[in-house]
Design a protein around this ligand. Structure first.
Ligand code: ADP
Length: 181
């Protein structure tokens, strides 16, 4: 099942580029502490957004692991970017709680800004080294636990760079969400 709708919120996993999600109100950036262009997700987002995004980020930096901040999307086809700093695996502890905070804080900012749709990358699973499967478990557990607090957000998309990660996330979502009712 490629998508699930639970408590009125559709959750789906797709393979693609986080910087190319034109139908979503916001994309989430797997940011670095200084909120500057980097590799991976932060590189793709800042390249597509243009230098105005770094300029808007400058006074908001630095952020700490687990924190999130929201900006405009500049040249990206979205309304906002929500920048999350995930934990560096093996360094920032407790890693699962800090990763969970990223997802919780991103959804809180989406609600505060009355956004309906948000697209997440797999935060911390690239340069920051968090293994994909436990990271996916934390991500979906947090999102499923947050559903009861959502009134504005009705569409949550996970954008995975490759098909193996997309399959892993699909499987984890089905496992944690349980059988369709
Ligand atoms: P972090 O520093 O939080 O680990 P990365 O950007 O290095 O963040 O990677 C996070 C995840 O996003 C990795 O699984 C990586 O393969 C994936 N990724 C990298 N570029 C993109 C992109 N353009 N769109 C979606 N996912 C991406």
């Amino acid at each position: 099942m490629p998508q699930r709708t639970i408590r009125g919120v559709t959750i789906e996993c797709v393979q693609g580029d986080i910087a190319n999600q034109a139908d979503m109100d916001a994309v989430i950036n797997a940011a670095n502490a200084r909120l500057v262009i980097g590799g991976g997700v932060a590189g793709a987002i800042h390249r597509a957004a243009g230098p105005g995004l770094e300029a808007e980020c400058r006074p908001l930096a630095p952020i700490r692991p687990g924190e999130a901040v929201i900006t405009g999307a500049h040249n990206l086809p979205n309304r906002h970017v929500i920048h999350c700093l995930g934990p560096v695996y093996g360094v920032d502890e407790p890693a699962d709680e800090l990763l969970s905070s990223c997802y919780r804080n991103a959804l809180r900012l989406a609600e505060e800004n009355r956004l309906r749709s948000v697209a997440f990358p797999a935060i911390s699973t690239g340069v920051f080294g968090y293994p994909a499967e436990p990271a996916a478990r934390v991500a979906f557990r947090t999102i499923l636990d947050s559903l009861e607090n959502l009134s504005s957000v009705t569409h949550i998309r996970f954008v995975l760079f490759n098909d193996a990660d997309r399959k892993l996330h699909d499987r984890m979502l089905q496992e944690l969400a349980g059988p369709e009712s």
